[in-house]
Design a protein around this ligand. Structure first.
Ligand code: KG4
Ligand code: ZN
Length: 340
């Protein structure tokens, strides 16, 4: 059966639309990032995010259909991000998706944003096979999940405070770097000198797979405030020290999770999976043990419509679709999902 699914992502500050076909793969995608708008305020302003999504959805859909040479009547179903996320922002995509589905008389399906991230490596040429450990590292989540099948998820560990991306963003902000801090901090770290600052590796000395990043952020603040009129080189050095401490923790806990489960495959997804130092460190650690790591293509690490179209297509193909008119979830544990 050929299933062509329109996917819509609007959970935070990116409006993403994509078409995914269960036989041909990704047919097309469009993305609008609100980064420039929120950068003025140093972080996401939820109400502005919702308003901007509303303005972008229709033009992006038109552009998507035009570029992919697809007519609306060819679309078999509409998938949208149902949660977790900013509820106003979620509402815009959900209402749009439900309206289209109703007008086109096709099913709609609400998708879990983190399942979208988790499956995004399947958009790459080399796709992971089950079972695997997923390291989900975004602006809102840091989780290690044992994945045996789509929907069969066991939470192995998570951050007890800030998410990894959030720690990058907050540390960057307190050093005066622009929003979103993660990519800016990573760029500055390239000029950093190792061993200038030594930052803590929180929770590494304790057993278990949970993370904590707020102490690391506080250590960055303490070192930064102790600098008298910090130079560009001081900032680069501190960025590198932060990046090394955060990534070291992510890598070591991922190895620990693989040992604990006995799995040999790691999937890394979410915005921080774009970090090249993380990919590099993981590659070394995995290669040494004969294990393999999979990542989404670079453009699908941060929020996008393609991952929602893909996750939606796999679930729709298995016969799932929305039973309720509209139910959004600002908080939604990944482990509540139904197994396929
Ligand atoms: O997955 P995502 O787009 O949104 C959420 O679902 O939260 O992730 C965004 C996060 C931000 O915190 C951003 O700073 C971080 O991913 N990020 C990075 C990099 N690119 C994006 N963090 C570190 N290094 C990067 N290269
Ligand atoms: Zn995300």
């Amino acid at each position: 059966m050929l299933v062509l699914v329109l996917g819509i992502e609007s959970s935070c500050d990116e409006t993403g639309l994509a078409l995914y076909c269960t036989q041909q793969g990704l047919v097309g995608h469009q993305l609008h990032s609100q980064i420039d708008m929120h950068a003025l305020y140093g972080g996401v302003v939820p109400e502005l995010a919702s308003r901007d999504h509303i303005q972008r959805l229709v033009p992006l859909l038109r552009a998507l259909l035009y570029a992919a040479k697809i007519e609306a009547k060819q679309i078999d179903a509409v998938a949208y991000t149902k949660g977790p996320g900013l509820v106003g922002a979620l509402m815009t995509g959900a209402c749009f998706a439900k309206s289209l589905a109703s007008a086109w008389q096709v099913p709609a399906l609400g998708v879990h944003h983190m399942e979208g991230h988790l499956l995004a490596p399947m958009l790459a040429a080399q796709s992971p096979e089950f079972p695997f450990v997923a390291l989900l590292v975004s602006g809102g989540h840091t989780q290690l999940v044992a994945v045996e099948a789509i929907g069969r998820y066991k939470l192995l560990g998570e951050s007890l405070d800030d998410a990894a991306g959030e720690a990058f963003d907050k540390s960057a902000k307190l050093m005066g770097l622009p929003y979103p801090g993660g990519p800016h901090l990573a760029k500055r770290a390239l000029q950093g000198r190792p061993d200038r600052f030594r930052l803590p590796r929180p929770m590494l000395d304790r057993p278990g797979l949970d993370f904590s990043f707020s102490g690391l952020k506080t250590a960055v603040r303490t070192h930064f405030q102790a600098l008298d009129d910090p130079s560009e080189q001081d900032i680069a050095d501190l960025c590198l020290a932060f990046e090394q401490a955060a990534i070291d923790t992510l890598v070591q806990k991922s190895i620990r999770a693989l040992k604990q489960t006995g799995f040999k495959t790691l999937v890394v997804a979410g915005g921080v999976s774009a970090n090249l130092y993380l990919r590099n460190q993981l590659e070394q650690a995995m290669c040494k043990r004969g294990w393999q790591a999979y990542y989404p293509p670079m453009e699908f690490c941060t929020d996008n419509g393609a991952m929602i179209a893909l996750a939606g297509a796999l679930r729709l193909q298995a016969g799932q679709y929305d039973q309720l008119p509209l139910a959004l979830l600002a908080r939604w544990p990944l482990t509540d999902l139904q197994e396929l």
